[in-house]
Design a protein around this ligand. Structure first.
Ligand code: NAP
Length: 252
């Protein structure tokens, strides 16, 4: 059977790395991206290859839409190197940053940075990559629990993810004729470097999150890697246009 290929943005660390490892363990080859941490990306590549997957890691700033045409060319070349054809099966829009600021403090620069990385970037990157995505493929956009519940300090960040969730439904509608399913996966607080690593490294924050989570702990990257690989497995084929929260039941 032909091996499938996933393109994952932000695969050098955190959730993207875990998604890559879970998919590789299911026999999927990976084109991953990193922004600046090339050595982390090379380590992930080695881990993926140790699982028997083929992998390529490419540099990308998802906040710089001017670079997307050149990036798409490099994706095409990487896909040909992996499989002989410039086609892939799964797109996971994951790369992102956390930026904390109240409504009264958030600057236009911070707002624009968040918009470019979390909404404009994925929107136009996906537009550029769609010709390479196979009919019958899948897209997963990583959102956040903060698009459902509100915590002070995340208004700009969470609003961009809210836009991603609306866009996801439009993508699902417009790509349905190509049999491409599109969903958003909304993690709760997960122990990664995100937002300065506060969920992982600050014991008070970690315990607070455990206390407001039905399953009684903060999330781990593997919780999300497993959820995305489930969604991209056979059981996910008839699910489209949905927001699926993987938060262990935060703020139920
Ligand atoms: P992370 O551990 O900080 O990793 C971020 C990843 O994104 C890295 O691979 C990084 O590349 C890449 N990246 C950062 N800025 C980029 C840019 N401008 N262009 C391209 N790539 C960029 O974060 P994470 O926790 O895995 O977060 C991944 C996604 O999950 C984000 O969309 C985030 O909003 C979302 N999310 C996270 C949480 C959480 O609690 N962790 C909760 C809900 C949603 P380098 O390694 O090269 O820097």
């Amino acid at each position: 059977m032909t091996r499938k290929i996933a393109l994952i943005t932000g695969a050098s660390r955190g959730l993207g790395k875990s998604i890559a490892l879970h998919l590789a363990a299911q026999g999927v080859d990976i084109v991953g991206t990193y922004q600046s941490k090339q050595s982390d990306a090379e380590s992930v590549k080695a881990e993926l290859e140790a699982l028997g997957a083929k992998a390529q890691m490419l540099q990308l700033d998802v906040g710089d839409s001017q670079a997307f045409a050149g990036f798409t060319d490099r994706v095409g070349e990487a896909l040909v190197a992996l499989s002989g054809a410039a086609r892939f099966d799964f797109l996971i829009n994951n790369a992102g940053i956390g930026l904390y600021g109240s409504v009264t403090e958030t600057t236009e620069e911070q707002f624009d940075l968040l918009m470019n990385i979390h909404f404009k970037g994925p929107y136009f990157l996906t537009q550029k990559l769609l010709p390479l995505l196979r009919d019958g493929g899948s897209i997963v956009n990583i959102s956040t629990g903060l698009a459902r519940f509100s915590l002070p300090g995340y208004s700009a960040y969470a609003s961009m993810k809210g836009a991603v969730e609306v866009w996801t439904r439009y993508l699902a509608k417009e790509l349905g004729p190509r049999q491409i399913n599109v969903n958003s996966l909304a993690p709760g607080a997960i122990e990664t470097d995100f937002g300065g690593g506060r969920t992982r490294d600050d014991a008070n924050i970690n315990q607070h999150i455990a206390g407001i989570t039905a399953l009684g702990r903060a999330g781990l990257p593997d919780d999300i890697g497993a959820a995305v690989s489930m969604l991209l497995g056979e059981g996910g084929r008839w699910i489209t246009g949905q927001r699926i929260e993987a938060s262990g039941g935060m703020f139920l």
